[in-house]
Design a protein around this ligand. Structure first.
Ligand SMILES: Cc1ncc(C[n+]2csc(CCOP(=O)(O)OP(=O)(O)O)c2C)c(N)n1
Ligand code: SF4
Length: 241
């Protein structure tokens, strides 16, 4: 049986800053298990964004660097060029990856930069109070869509991995996982990191996650909403090696 906490989590850090029930801490815990199992703790550098992913600062017992909003990908692409033996991860939210930083995501995929990008899709801009993101569902109420997202004016919910697939090279690894399915989440994260190590290629993983604070949901309603998201954003591998 697994430990409750991955070994690579920094046991001496301050208590987690994520809100109670946040899906980002579930995603990070499983990333920690993957890093333990792959025995790569001493080789990993994690780049984090502005947004709730920055709360993982000091969360792990490995090197972590932080950039401006939407810039974790170019920061870590540059880092990998300078330190090509490192295993490089870039975390971001859906605002960071699909709005302000979309050009960086697409160019990294197009260039096939050998980093593993991990994006948390919780359908809103969480850290700043729950504004609409490209991924906000049709009809979803956020602080900037008080009557629900109107797809006639704002367009359909944004399918990032499917867009990245259009321009990525055949050696790229692209997938969508969910915090409701930790076994698949760990498998997908493992393959994304392996693709960097073995194929020197780009990987992109979107993780469907819960934000009880901005959704104003209790535990049950959070997972009910995640189920709705999973219907719009299907889990699975999108390009297979
Ligand atoms: C250039 C810039 N624009 C805007 C902001 C304000 N800002 C900080 S966090 C954030 C939203 C983050 O949302 P997302 O990227 O989805 O991450 P989440 O908080 O949901 O994890 C914004 C707009 C900023 N820090 N920098
Ligand atoms: S605001 Fe949402 S995403 Fe951010 S820490 Fe709280 S629950 Fe998590």
């Amino acid at each position: 049986m697994k430990n409750i906490t991955p070994n690579c989590i920094n046991q001496n850090s301050k208590p987690s800053l994520f809100c109670p029930g946040c899906g980002q801490s579930i995603a990070l815990r499983h990333l920690g298990f993957v890093i333990d199992e792959m025995k790569i703790q001493k080789k990993v550098t994690l780049g984090i964004d502005i947004g709730c992913s920055l709360l993982s600062w000091n969360y792990f017992n490995f090197d972590t660097v932080q950039g401006h909003h939407g810039r974790s990908i170019p920061m870590m692409v540059g880092f990998k060029m300078a330190r090509d033996k490192r295993i490089v991860l870039a975390m971001m939210g859906d605002g960071g990856g699909y709005a302000i930083g979309l050009q960086s995501l697409l160019h990294a995929a197009y260039r096939n930069n050998p980093i593993s990008a991990i994006l948390i899709n919780n359908t809103d801009y969480s850290m700043t109070g729950g504004q609409a993101a490209p991924t906000t569902l049709a009809g979803e109420i956020t602080t900037t869509t008080p009557d629900g997202r109107d797809v006639k004016t704002l367009g359909d919910p944004f399918h990032g991995p499917e867009l990245v697939r259009q321009i990525a090279k055949s050696s790229a690894y692209i997938a969508r996982a969910s915090v409701s399915n930790p076994i698949m989440l760990e498998k997908i994260l493992t393959r994304a990191i392996e693709n960097q190590i073995k194929n020197n290629s780009f990987s992109f993983v979107e993780i469907l996650s819960i934000c009880p604070t901005n959704w104003k949901t209790n535990a049950k309603k959070s997972f009910d909403f995640l189920e709705k998201m999973e219907k719009v954003y299907p889990e699975g591998e999108i390009i297979k090696n």
